[in-house]
Design a protein around this ligand. Structure first.
Ligand SMILES: C[C@](O)(C(=O)O)[C@H](CC(=O)O)C(=O)O
Ligand SMILES: [Mg+2]
Length: 301
């Protein structure tokens, strides 16, 4: 009821322990706080907070227009809805290394268990689009060093994302990943890997957990959990998937009103009122005030 029963510090410790187990951790992207509850209830290991989703939610393209305040605010709203650890997309860190340091502290205060900072230039773009550009190694390292030195909880997971694969190939991605680990990164997000062999090569090159981004309509094939686990991937994200599913359903629903003059034919696809209330744990609020949950849905359609 109301909020997570686990403190951010405990979630960070739990994420560290889960990563140490070597099991593949599945982090679907929550497109709002309520969807984080669904992810939690279904038994996933973590919640991803996507920059692409936060941007899209505001009707903006994912090109670095969102502010640290907006991202930290959304990260806090989503993180507090779940007992699971959350991993937030900190894009390029919102500025120079000094800004990266502030970003880390703000996101830490928002209650996330980890965050990733990428080596793209600004304006950035989705890692699965063509025409990206990355900063030089020295700048990328400075971002990660700033992030590591700024955290107050040693368990906050600082993940370095490199977008260099799409520009300079796999060997450059491996070199950069190693340099970022040497700079203090706790984990690596090798963006836009094209096949499993590439994940395997990154896995072999670094000694820290690695993440696979199973975003749809991108450069990577959508590998199964088993395939990813077999090549030693530690975290898989489905960053925009729930938003895509929900928006697909919303669009079909709007078309149905236009075509049929009613949504009756779509009702079987909808989450019911009873299921929504269950997810909200509505009934528990009666423990504060017995007049809050004193109805049944028996008379409802
Ligand atoms: C993971 C990602 O950074 C995100 O913001 O969710 C995006 C996802 C996407 O745009 O499909 C990415 O750059 O891969
Ligand atoms: Mg992103």
């Amino acid at each position: 009821m109301l909020y997570s029963t686990v403190t951010p510090a405990d979630k960070r410790a739990a994420l560290r322990a889960a990563l140490a187990s070597g099991e593949l951790l599945r982090f679907p992207g929550a497109f709002n706080p309520l969807s984080a509850r669904l992810i939690t209830e279904k038994g996933f290991e973590g919640v991803y907070i996507s920059g692409a989703v936060i941007s899209a939610d505001l009707g903006l393209p994912d090109i670095g227009l969102t502010t640290l305040t907006e991202v930290a605010g959304r990260a806090a709203q989503i993180s507090r809805m779940s007992d699971l650890p959350s991993l937030v997309d900190a894009d390029t860190g919102f500025g120079e290394p000094m800004n990266v340091a502030r970003t880390v502290q703000q996101l830490e205060d928002a209650g996330v268990a980890g965050l990733h900072i990428e080596d793209q230039v600004n304006p950035k773009r989705c890692g699965h689009l063509d025409g990206k550009a990355v900063v030089d190694e020295d700048t990328a390292i400075k971002r990660i060093k700033a992030a590591v030195s700024a955290r107050r909880d040693a368990n906050l997971l600082i993940m370095a994302r490199t977008d260099i694969r799409a520009l300079d190939g796999l060997n450059s991605a491996i070199d950069r990943a190693k340099a970022l680990v040497d700079a203090g990164a706790d984990a690596i997000f090798p963006e836009a890997m094209v096949d499993l062999a590439e994940f395997e090569a990154v896995r072999a090159a670094v000694d820290v957990p690695i993440l696979a981004n199973m975003t749809e309509f991108g450069k990577s094939e959508l590998f199964t959990n088993q395939q990813l686990a077999d090549v030693g991937v530690n975290i898989v994200i489905y960053p925009v998937s729930l938003l895509r599913l929900a928006m697909g359903a919303a669009e079909r629903g709007l078309d149905t009103i236009l075509a049929e003059g009613s949504l009756t034919s779509r009702v079987p696809e909808m989450q019911t009122r009873a299921r929504l209330y269950e997810l909200l744990d509505y009934q528990s609020y009666g423990s504060f005030d017995t007049s809050v949950f004193n109805f049944t849905l028996d008379g409802n359609r």
